[in-house]
Design a protein around this ligand. Structure first.
Ligand code: GAL
Ligand code: CA
Length: 327
């Protein structure tokens, strides 16, 4: 028995490095908690110790590149990377490849060409355009069921403003594009009054919205926000301007963070789309751990094109939250 144990090559402890593009991002914060929970669960289930080194790159790709080097030299078995600049993933991939360390990108998608540089580079995420489609459908649904409240000026056109995430982020580009194309595909015309890159941030979004309220006032019928923090920023500006939930425009976000769910229940936020933090954490851990322990992705993971794990978005409204609570 003892002899057998010695010959076993399986590790009884692994070390996984995680780099966050910004530790103060709300959604990334929920994901971080999810990862810590999953690591503990895995330890309890298997008896294999998981040491997580989670570092904040604070919005600097240079910082992140040196953090990658440090984590590799500390002997991490796998790295999970939320890149600052997704177009420079190749630098990280090359470093990891030289060291033979598997690397799992998440939330900020590298271009496929970079990912293909090495067989142990993966991406775990959600198909960005789908969130836009679901947001568009939330608005379409309201257009069909409560047109009077939505189409305030009664011209049969949706006047909207768009709060965009960071320029160049796949989620900003595709969510923006697909919420509008969903309206167009359904034959509903929409008119863009204004748009701004508010970089996922509540404060920046409220500044933009404050200006727009001054400029367009009641003419804003819908606010599309690429994420919930920016939707909450728009709500802040509306509240400051003295609007209550009935006089606010129809505001939709993405993420389903705890404060956004609160706003949904209050009725200031009209809809959001769940960005599956729990599912992401689960798949990332499963992938990083299996790569560390077996050198192969776990059979339980559904890989697309050998390198991608895709999770699904889901629309959330006050009604769907209530239904869930009941069932
Ligand atoms: C998006 C999310 C945003 C922000 C961003 C960071 O998926 O909706 O709230 O966290 O990722 O990359
Ligand atoms: Ca209108």
């Amino acid at each position: 028995r003892e002899h057998e144990g010695q010959r076993q090559t399986k590790k009884n402890s692994i070390r996984i490095g995680v780099l966050l593009y910004r530790g103060d991002d709300t959604f990334i914060g929920t994901l971080r908690t999810g990862l810590e929970d999953k690591a503990k669960e895995y330890e309890q289930k298997t008896g294999i110790k998981v040491k997580l080194d989670i570092l904040d790159s604070k919005g600097s790709q240079n910082t992140q590149n040196s953090q990658v080097e440090r984590l590799i030299s500390l002997g991490c078995d796998a790295l999970c990377i939320n890149s600052v600049d997704r177009s420079s993933a190749s630098i990280i991939i090359d470093k990891a490849m030289d060291a033979g360390t598997p690397v799992v990108f998440f939330n900020r998608e590298p271009v496929e060409e970079d990912l293909r540089r090495w067989k142990h580079a993966y991406y775990v995420g959600l198909p960005a355009g789908d969130a836009g489609v679901l947001q568009g459908e939330l608005v379409l649904d309201a257009w069909r069921t409560q047109r009077d409240t939505l189409d305030r000026n009664g011209d049969g056109v949706i006047q909207y403003v768009m709060l965009e995430g960071e320029p160049g982020h796949q989620d900003a580009l595709l969510r923006t594009e697909f919420c509008i194309s969903t309206l167009a595909n359904a034959g509903v015309s929409a008119e863009k009054l204004a748009s701004d890159a508010a970089n996922w941030q509540r404060g920046q979004a409220s500044v933009s919205m404050r200006q727009w309220l001054q400029e367009f006032g009641e003419n804003i019928e819908v606010v599309f926000a690429n994420n919930d923090d920016m939707a909450l920023g728009a709500i802040d500006a509306c509240a400051e301007a003295g609007l209550d939930k009935r006089s606010m425009p129809f505001i939709v976000g993405v993420d389903a963070t705890p404060p956004a769910l609160e706003a949904l229940r209050e009725g200031t936020l009209k809809g959001t789309v769940r960005n599956d933090a729990v599912g992401l954490a689960e798949s990332m851990m499963e992938l990083a751990v299996s790569l560390s322990v077996d050198g192969e992705p776990s059979q339980d993971l559904e890989l697309t094109d050998e390198r991608y794990v895709w999770l699904r978005y889901e629309a959330v409204t006050a009604e769907s939250l209530e239904d869930q609570a009941v069932s």
